[in-house]
Design a protein around this ligand. Structure first.
Ligand code: IVH
Length: 686
């Protein structure tokens, strides 16, 4: 539709209509995550409105979606006195069920409830890890956004907050004359990762965590820069609001209030719920705790609020904290500690990895004493030095990481880290090839560290699996020179083993049995176990499926290897180079002579792959398939199986007692299949 730029009445109507359309579709996109028009269509409406406004500045309104971005850089923020003070919440740091019990008992006591009185009704919410914001609307228009500050006086950050697509600039007609909505401004984890990547790409400083990034964006004086830092918002309460006698709403409960905010267009988390009594609170705490790592944003606990507003009023405040709410924290995922040293470790492929040795610190539920610094560049970028105080993060099962150095606490004279030019284990030269980030020991299997890692890799559960062959034992076997190469494992005997330190006859016997058992393996496991660079489990499976026989793989040219799905030039080159080495072929021959065997197959015909490009997550117990079986079937049909649910997951296959992964799938609106559905997909009947 071409805008009628010359007849102002029609243009004014069109501008009004465009604002309404953009507001509606913006809400669907940003808040409901359920867009109904294509992005390009939205952009075209947006540009149409921009054009009209450029030519008719008199038609610009304060709530126009085009006003979200822009404005001048500020010299400083203006102070704002809050109409209603912004309170904080009492924190319960007892991370056990007793934390919830304490609060419930206190509430019952303060409300003077009889022992026999029914359970108290609560609203339970995540404790979002961002920063509190007060959004003031007058006559339905956003007029001011202010930070919490000291609770009494905050800062006016309206320009920056306008850039948050989830925050309505205009509310439906029926809202109270004055309405202050309170909630948390935060940064989603994916937005945070993308922002840090952009910062790195442009040589700028990265942010320690999403909360710091969000705080920086909110307090960014240049709104154009702020607009580049995508923020999100969850509403959890109100500040000043017109009283009922002046047309304000009347709510009986906090839950009703949140539902109303949602109806008015504010994002309210789907994780908000109600709970009864201490047991209800505990169940919520545990359920959210399980989901924590899979959420798209950081939370540091949950918040319990007495649902009845009348009861809230009766309970009142102590100093700046309401008696009717508490924040029940989760174990911290970040802690500070000191760096005792930086060690360089040697990996299976000779890769040298700098590792920070830390004063033990309890973080993310475990005691952490090591954190990888990945490589020289990374160590220098973070500039971690011995003696530094650092912030360590461990979230979920992710390996602990040093996220930042507290520079103010750096001891004088701390030396910058530089990479060793020699392998710390075998003394061979360490080199960094062009275009690579890693230094590698050039010692190959001369390097005992590499030999040890190669053996451990071969013996692991997912490779040929030698039960009980752990790192202590491998250290002994290699250090005593009983084992130099993989086949040496199969030449061990009772008489060579028992002289070893702490090796009783019984454990020697057990190891020999495990070795015997490991001989019967499969081609993919064997291939993976060889530890060829870039050949992981999935690639090994693909190779075995494609070629069927080991000799065919060993003799394949790089071009032939490239025919295998998922194999690119780097992997093909790595495989070819590995099998071109005579000593690698000898090791394989030797292993076969020692009795290591597997069944070989005919090369796979080129089959259709109904599940190609699809990612599955399996959770719970399926009626007849084990998880490994389901995984094999999916992979054979070209699909991938991932460990955690994300937006990229195509299907979640759920059996009985599926837990947080299923909850997460439902939250993301993903397709959930049962075993029968999966079989349908596999045989093409669904
Ligand atoms: S309610 C009267 N609810 O925690 C209680 N706060 O110390 C006022 N926060 O600064 C706050 N999630 O930024 C409330 N679901 C939630 C919250 C929450 C995070 C933050 C908020 C506040 C701090 C309280």
């Amino acid at each position: 539709m071409t805008p009628d730029l010359f007849s102002t009445p029609g243009t004014a109507d069109r501008a009004e209509e465009l604002r309404r359309l953009l507001q509606e579709h913006g809400h669907r996109y940003y808040v409901l995550d359920d867009p109904q028009i294509a992005d390009a269509e939205y952009d075209s409406l947006f540009r149409e409105l921009q054009t009209i406004e450029a030519q008719h500045p008199e038609l610009v309104t304060a709530d126009s979606p085009t006003r979200r971005v822009g404005g001048m850089a500020l010299a400083a923020f203006v102070s704002v006195r809050h109409a209603v003070p912004m309170l904080s919440i009492r924190t319960e740091t007892d991370t056990q069920a007793s934390g919830a019990k304490n609060f419930d008992s206190r509430v019952r006591r303060e409300l003077e409830l009889e022992e026999a009185a029914p359970e108290v009704d609560y609203v339970t919410e995540p404790k979002f890890d961002g920063l509190a914001m007060n959004l003031r609307y007058e006559a339905g228009l956003l007029v001011q956004a202010a930070t919490r500050g000291d609770g009494a006086v905050g800062e006016d950050v309206t320009q920056n907050i306008r850039t948050i697509g989830q925050i309505p600039l205009r509310l439906p007609a029926a809202v109270p004359q004055v309405l202050e909505v309170r909630g948390e401004v935060y940064m989603r984890r994916d937005d945070f990762e993308a922002l840090n990547q952009r910062q790195r790409d442009s040589g700028q400083k990265t942010f320690v965590n999403p909360r710091n990034a969000a705080a920086g964006a909110v307090r960014q004086l240049d709104p154009a820069v702020a607009a580049q830092r995508p923020l999100s918002f969850f509403a959890y309460g109100v500040g000043e609001i017109s009283p009922v006698e002046r047309g304000g709403p009347s709510f009986a409960t906090h839950f009703e209030l949140l539902q109303t905010l949602k109806a008015w267009g504010f994002p309210v988390s789907d994780l908000v719920s109600t709970a009864q009594g201490a047991d209800g609170l505990t169940a919520y705490y545990q359920s959210i705790g399980r989901q924590r790592d899979g959420l798209g944003f950081d939370i540091d606990g949950v918040v319990y609020k007495v649902n009845s507003l009348a009861w809230q009023a009766r309970m009142g405040f102590v100093t700046r904290e309401p008696r009717w709410a508490v924040a029940h924290k989760f174990p911290a995922q970040e802690q500070s500690t000191t760096v005792l040293g930086i060690e360089v470790q040697v990996g299976r492929t000779g890769k040298l990895t700098p590792v920070a040795k830390l004063a033990p610190v309890f973080v993310g539920g475990v005691t952490v004493t090591n954190a990888t610094l990945h490589n020289e560049d990374e160590a220098r970028r973070k500039d971690v030095r011995v003696g530094d105080t650092v912030i360590v993060r461990r979230a979920g099962d992710v390996i602990p990481e040093v996220v930042a150095v507290v520079l103010e606490k750096r001891p004088p004279g701390a030396q910058e880290f530089s990479m060793l030019r020699q392998c710390p284990v075998c003394g061979s030269a360490a080199v960094r090839e062009q275009g690579e980030v890693d230094y590698r020991c050039t010692g190959g299997l001369f390097c005992s560290a590499q030999r040890k890692q190669a053996i451990l890799h071969f013996a692991q559960r997912r490779a040929v699996e030698v039960e009980g062959l752990g790192d202590k034992l491998v250290d002994q076997l290699v250090d005593s020179e009983l084992v130099r190469t993989l086949p040496d494992l199969y030449r061990l005997s009772l008489s060579t083993l028992t002289p070893l330190d702490r090796m009783a006859e019984k454990s020697a016997q057990k190891l020999l049995e495990a070795l015997q058992k490991s001989k019967e393996t499969t081609l993919p496991r064997f291939l993976f176990g060889l530890g060829i660079r870039h050949v992981g489990e999935a690639t090994a499976k693909e190779l075995a499926r494609h070629f069927g026989k080991l000799n065919a793989i060993m003799d394949a040219s790089p071009e032939e290897l490239l025919q295998v799905s998922d194999i690119g030039p780097i992997v093909a080159e790595s495989l070819h180079a590995f099998f071109a080495q005579a000593h690698n072929r000898e090791v394989i021959e030797d292993l076969r002579e020692c009795g290591v065997c597997w069944t070989e197959a005919e090369p796979a015909p080129v089959v259709s792959k109904p599940l190609a490009g699809k990612t599955f997550v399996i959770t719970g117990t399926l009626p007849s398939l084990s998880r490994d079986e389901a995984r094999d079937l999916i992979e054979a049909a070209g699909g991938k199986v991932a460990g955690s649910v994300s937006k990229k997951t195509s299907f979640v296959v759920a059996g009985s007692e599926a837990g947080s992964k299923l909850e997460r799938a439902v939250e993301l609106g993903l397709a959930v299949l049962n075993e029968q559905d999966l079989r349908g997909l596999l045989d093409g009947s669904a």
